[in-house]
Design a protein around this ligand. Structure first.
Ligand SMILES: C[C@H](CCC(=O)NCCS(=O)(=O)O)[C@H]1CC[C@H]2[C@@H]3[C@H](O)C[C@@H]4C[C@H](O)CC[C@]4(C)[C@H]3C[C@H](O)[C@]12C
Length: 325
């Protein structure tokens, strides 16, 4: 399971939890403007917006999980099993493999409106990266500094949904996730009043009772509701430190602790990493399951006019700040 969010204060932020039972050796990866993206349809994107994000680099190609470009446009791919449906090549379309989708959009678009124009011509094709890395069933959130959309390639075709909450998780389809919020409209950050029965003397015995009924399990539908509630009621200062702290707290409300989601044998899903990218400044912050200290990579400290990929291995060990030794 995974969760992606946006968060806006003075600056704009985009990030996600990557929940899985293993890691592919992903790295924080900066792709500069002149790195040639050789696409499977024979075309090459040889000049494009620079981008930073989390990627698994294979044969020199950055397989991005999530990224932000120099205009702030951001995108994340999340699991969408049994729903994602990729197509055959189609004439007159941009035939793009799902693993090329993030560079294709972020390389060429400055905002969601420009992405929508490319999406009119796109056909996400059923093409494995290679034998060891077959296609992943994904859907994507694309966000700029004001809007988010969700893109789902399903049996019926390519669906694009407005995403007014700026949250995405996994199954089922996004229209269900949005509709499901209706079931929770009675939840509140305020203390509840007794509307149960006027003749009963019911009292508020604890803080937080306005949100009793907010799901706390780790299913994707529940995480969607929990994250939407946490994010939409979020209050923070607007400094960089306060903003990113709040961002990680929102993601923390749905993080996965080892042991709670059993996948058979000795496998458990965990939050491998949580990321938060400042969309205005191109700084990619992350924590990992073992390392709760925030680590950052600043895209603008790299040569963005180069043609070779720059990558930083994740700092995964816990960093403890001893105060008395
Ligand atoms: C599994 C990851 C999403 C995490 C997630 O949503 N988990 C939920 C599981 S579930 O719903 O609860 O079953 C996705 C996100 C990005 C994906 C990776 C990226 O798409 C890049 C390449 C693409 C290749 O085709 C496959 C390997 C891969 C390296 C992908 C592996 C895997 O599918 C990743 C890492």
């Amino acid at each position: 399971m995974c969760t992606a969010i946006t968060y806006y204060t003075k600056d704009h932020y985009f990030g996600r939890n990557l929940d899985l039972e293993f890691s592919y050796n992903e790295t924080v990866t900066v792709t500069p403007r002149y790195y040639p993206f050789h696409l499977r349809n024979g075309k090459t994107l040889d000049h494009h917006y620079a981008m930073i994000g989390m990627a698994y680099i294979v044969d020199g190609f950055p397989l991005y999980y999530d990224a932000t470009n120099e205009k702030g446009l951001s995108m994340a791919g999340l699991n969408f099993p049994n729903n994602a449906d990729y197509k055959e090549d189609r004439d007159g379309c941009d035939n793009i493999a799902p693993f090329e989708f993030i560079p294709w959009i972020l390389g060429q678009c400055a905002n969601v409106n420009e992405a929508r124009i490319l999406l009119e011509r796109i056909n996400l094709v059923d093409l494995n990266f290679n034998e060891e890395l077959p296609l992943s069933p994904l859907h994507w959130m694309i966000s700029d500094k004001g809007n988010s959309i969700v893109v789902e390639s399903i049996k019926d075709g390519l669906k694009i949904f407005e995403n007014p909450v700026g949250v995405m998780t996994n199954n089922p389809t996004f229209d269900y996730q949005m509709f499901n919020l209706n079931n929770y409209m009675h939840l509140s950050k305020e203390p509840p009043a007794n509307t149960f029965a006027a003749k009963l003397e019911l009292k508020q015995y604890s803080r937080g009772m306005g949100a009793i009924g907010l799901p706390g399990d780790l299913s994707s539908a529940s995480r969607f509701v929990k994250t939407a509630f946490t994010k939409m009621n979020s209050v923070s200062g607007d400094s960089e430190s306060e903003s990113i702290s709040q961002f990680f707290h929102i993601l923390g409300s749905v993080e996965q602790q080892r042991g709670c989601v059993h996948l058979g044998e000795d496998k458990y899903e965990i939050t491998i990493y949580s990321s938060c990218c400042n969309m205005d400044k191109g700084i990619y912050y992350y924590t990992t399951y073992e390392n709760s200290q925030i680590t950052a990579v600043d895209m603008y400290r790299e040569n963005l006019d180069g043609n070779t990929i720059i990558s930083y291995s994740l700092v995964k060990e816990q960093q403890i700040n001893y105060q008395n030794r």
